[in-house]
Design a binder for this molecule. Sequence first.
Ligand SMILES: [Cu+2]
Length: 346
Amino acid sequence: MHSLSTVVAAVAVFAARASAHGIATAMVHWPDGTFYHGYDPSYQYQNPPPVVIGWGIPNDLTNTFISPSGYATPDIVCHLGATPAGIAAPVNAGDVLEIQWNKWPASHKGPVLDYLANCNGPCEKADKTKLEFFKISEAGLLDAASNHWAADDLLANNLSWSVRLPSDIAPGNYVLRHEMIALHAAGNANGAQNYPFCFNLVINGNGTAAPTGIPAESFYKSNDPGILFDLFTKFTTYVIPGPPLYSSALTAAQTKPGAIKATASGVASYIAPAKAARRGVAAAPTPAGGHKRAAAARAEAAVVETPAPAALAASHATAAPAVGGQAAAPEPTTLVTAVLKVKRSA
Ligand SMILES: [Cu+2]
């Protein structure tokens, strides 16, 4: 356990929210350099809370983790009591997504893993227990001699981790499940600490692959060699836990974050024209990012004129530049409202 966080939590709620462990609170889409806010448990104190691409974890008041005793429960899917994100980031197969954490203690060595699951419908309404994830990235012990782990790379790169989406997967609505496993107590039964966080994506592209996945509740067992693992004995190898890596998985270089070029809130899930037609509903491609009324107007026009996947690519984020290279405040309302309105009234 993390004794520092316990002490701080006892002292003040605010401090507890800001204290140890860590949360994946944002995502930057490359090559666009578009910044998206993920979820932060402090959002529960806002009414209404910001609508973001990160799955909600309002119960995670102490910035906690999922232990092996919770591996068979829905909490392992997208963290404690997670609820689906209300919007998604529009991206392309093959793109790099840079996940940003708010903090991570150096003591928390361990692997970094990334998974995708096709929602087969709007991810906003996904049943997390039905999501079938396939692993698209994994990194564990990078250098045994220096005890250098994937988590150390994340720390060295300003708390960021880059993952490249497979280029061959079919377009659609996906959940990205990004996870760190801290091993500092994993030598004891149920001592590993899993920190999974989820983001909704609308993935565009020309791929057709639909990799086989499994529910997150089936990923890990408490006695897996990569879960029950003594970080403080001599070792030369580490077996990364979870299902095998997707055969067409791609790699991304781990680097310091580049300058953010824009911020965006997100878009509604893409609805395929064929399905929409069956229901007698106009397809709603998902204009991205912008926050101006004009963008919303263009979005409406796009709904009418080009209800095709191509509209997705054309509508990539065009939001305002971030100020000073930092994350700008969330802009969750205008465009999102417009997009949802389009869906409802269409
Ligand atoms: Cu901790």
